[in-house]
Each structure stands twice: as C-alpha cells, then as structure tokens.
Ligand binder design. Structure first.
Ligand SMILES: [Zn+2]
Length: 397
C-alpha cells in the first residue's frame, strides 16, 4: 500500500511541468466574474484543457448568461463531487500589472491561488485515477459573486453525493478548511421626516439620528465569545447639509459559527424597533449562506490526515475560517464537505496573491488518494458526519 501510494506522489512530481503549464493556460485567460464574455472564453479554455486531461468533454451549463462546466464521469451514480470555480476577482487587464510568472518556486498571476491552481490540481488528480467512475467535477463561473446562478446547481449535485471536496485555496501553511462561518446580509432603512435644519429642525425626525441608535443596537448583537460578528458597513442618509434627513439606510454583514446563531441574529434583526417617536425602521435581507459546521468535515478531515500519513506527507492542519465558499452550500444540504484542498500559498484577492510550487504534487496526490478511498467505501463519509447533518441549516434562502 505504502509503495503504491508513495509511487503516486512520485508520479505527480514527474507531472509537475505539465501541471504548471496547465495553470499558466488558465491564469493567462482572464475571467472576472461580472464579465460574461470573459467568463465564457475562460470556460472554453477550461473545457479544452479538461477534455485533454480527462479524455471526455464537459457539459456546458449556461445560467443567467454565466458559464459553468460539469463532468459526470462514468455511468455509475455520482458519489464524489469536486467543486471548483474558474472566475476570479481580477478585472480584465490585470495580467498587465500582475503577469503570470514563476520565480524561485513561487507562481504568480491573477487568480492563481483563488483558485485556478486548485482547479488544475483537481483535473490532474482525477486524470490519475484508474477509474474515475462516480466522480463529478463542477466548475462554476460566478463563485466570487456569491454564486447567484450556480447555487442551485451546486446544491443539487451535492445532495446526491457521499462527499464534496472543495478546491478552494488552503488556509495558512496548507491547512484544510474544516469550518466556515455562515453569512447573513441585511439592509436597515430608516424613515423619518424632513425639515429645514435652520428654520424648524424640531419638526423633523432625523433618519441619521435613528440610524445612530440602530447601528449601536445592531453592534450589540455580536457575540465575540461564540465567534458571531455583526458589522454595520455601508451607510448613507439625507439629501443636503441643511435638511433634517428624511431617509437613511445602512448595510449589515453577519458571520456566524452555527445555524442557531444565524437564527438568533436573524430574529433580533427583524425585531429592531425605532427609538425616535414617529420614525420607522424597515429591515430586509436574511441568511445568505449557511455555516459549514465542523461536523460536516470531521470524517473527511480525519481521512485526509490518515492518507497523508500513508503517502509519507506531513499531516495537514485544520482551520476554521470566516470567509464563505461554495462549501457552505454543499455542507448546507447535509453533504460531508472538506474545503481548502487547493493550492498552498497566500494573498487571495490581493496584490501578493501567489502559489507555492513545491507542495503542488503532494496536494494532487492527496486529492487523488482521497477520491480513490471515498469511491471504495460506500457512504463512509456521510455516515461519519453524524445525523445532525440534516439540521445544519439546509435550504436557507
Ligand atoms: Zn475562490
């Protein structure tokens, strides 16, 4: 077993030049999420590359103009879902300021870490399997927008699978992402009454003052000990400097560790009441992504640790992170999910975005071993995820 698996790492090492060339092919095809034509061209590039590696072309699924790709491999029931995205946050022209480059073992270029390297790694891992029957690879084109068009597709694919493996970039030092906070988004609108600020301010009801009261109330909903953050963000009110503002609004970003916290904050947000006599408070919004709770990843993480050991690789750390991914959706429908299986590096969405070249073969080997193991042990990950999985906040809008 050890020799076979050790050989897997060696094979991946030998394939590193091809892996790097494939990453270059994707990074040099810019794909900002909101540019539908660019994302479509990028889908072409990914489809061509994947067809070459896997020997079969993907289905192309265009939803609301956004281009997604799906490989359902073999005729068996789909059991292991690989989740990747090919869009990035980098606008067209970013290659001019951030060209593709590999120097001293560090690969750079727009979207390399989040997550084109992870996407290539998935294609290579599946290509290395003797029989990929039962594997589905989903490559979406709007993840960086919060997956508005692909969410349902992701959830539907995940529902039928024993496990979802998400190729998002790893946490610091290659740590796997075993928990992600849930996200809720709100807008709070304040309605008062306008009046001249010099002549008769007492006749006005200030939406700005009401906003101040409400912002402090909203801040009080956070719970640092539990890891719940409630953060007022965008804020506006009023029309001119000499008018008591009649209308104002502010946005609220909420991050929660579990479904109970998401419910608690949601109820409290909708229970906000005006402080000023005659003012009105209107709250819209709610849960956007369910939390990916630790139980969703536990069995898969332990499996990844055991496989790393048998491959002779360092055992990966685990990390709970605040940022959301499509892993929140797969975990949200009760499918065991392990995230952060992509590249090791740093600087996602930032000028210093980069991928470390050296760990790439080992990451690919680990992913291939994970898929192989999951295909060989029917329902193992799902049964290990405990029966609370169904209560993990599935289907929250
Ligand atoms: Zn990403």
């Amino acid at each position: 077993m050890r020799t076979v698996q050790g050989a897997l790492v060696e094979r991946m090492r030998a394939a590193l030049p091809l892996l790097l060339a494939d990453i270059e092919a994707l990074v040099t095809c810019e794909s900002p999420s909101s540019d539908l034509a660019a994302v479509s061209a990028s889908a072409d590039r990914v489809a061509d590359l994947g067809t070459e590696r896997l020997g079969v072309a993907p289905e192309r699924i265009v939803l609301e103009g956004r281009s997604h790709l799906r490989w359902r491999l073999g005729s068996a029931r789909s059991r292991v879902l690989l989740v990747a995205h090919h869009d990035t946050v980098w606008p067209l022209g970013s290659l001019g300021t951030h060209p593709f480059d590999i120097t001293d073992g560090v690969l750079r270029g727009p979207g390399c870490f989040d997550m084109k390297a992870g996407l290539v790694l998935a294609l290579h891992a599946v290509a290395a399997l003797p029989d990929p029957s039962g594997v589905t690879i989903l490559v979406t084109g709007d993840e960086e927008l919060g997956s508005p068009s692909s969410r349902e597709l992701i959830e539907t694919e995940a529902r039928g699978c024993d496990a979802a493996l998400v190729l998002e970039a790893s946490a610091d030092g290659g740590a796997l992402k075993t928990a992600r906070k849930g996200v809720s988004l709100y807008e709070v609108q304040l309605v008062g009454r306008a009046a001249h600020a010099g002549l008769e301010p007492q006749r006005g009801i200030s939406a700005s003052v009401e906003a101040a009261h409400q912002i402090l109330a909203v801040c009080g909903l956070g719970d640092a000990a539990r890891g719940t953050t409630v953060t007022p963000t965008l804020l506006s009110a009023g029309t001119t400097t000499n008018t008591v503002p009649a209308v104002g609004r502010f946005a609220v970003d909420v991050r929660v560790p579990d479904a109970a916290e998401q419910d608690r904050v949601d109820r409290a947000m909708h229970a906000l009441r005006p402080v000023l006599t005659g003012a009105e408070v209107i709250v819209t919004g709610g849960p956007n992504r369910p939390p990916m709770e630790p139980f969703a990843s536990r069995s898969l993480y332990l499996l990844a640790c055991a496989l790393s050991e048998s491959l002779g690789l360092p055992v990966p750390q685990s990390a709970a992170v605040g940022g959301a991914s499509d892993g929140n959706f797969t975990a949200g429908v009760g499918t065991p999910t392990l995230d952060g299986l992509g590249a090791v590096g740093g600087g996602a969405h930032a000028d210093h975005e980069h991928v470390l070249v050296d760990p790439l073969p080992a990451r690919t080997a680990l992913l291939a071993a994970l898929i192989t193991e999951l295909l060989g042990m029917p329902g193992a990950a799902r049964s290990g995820a405990t029966n609370t999985a169904g209560a993990s906040g599935a289907d929250r809008p």
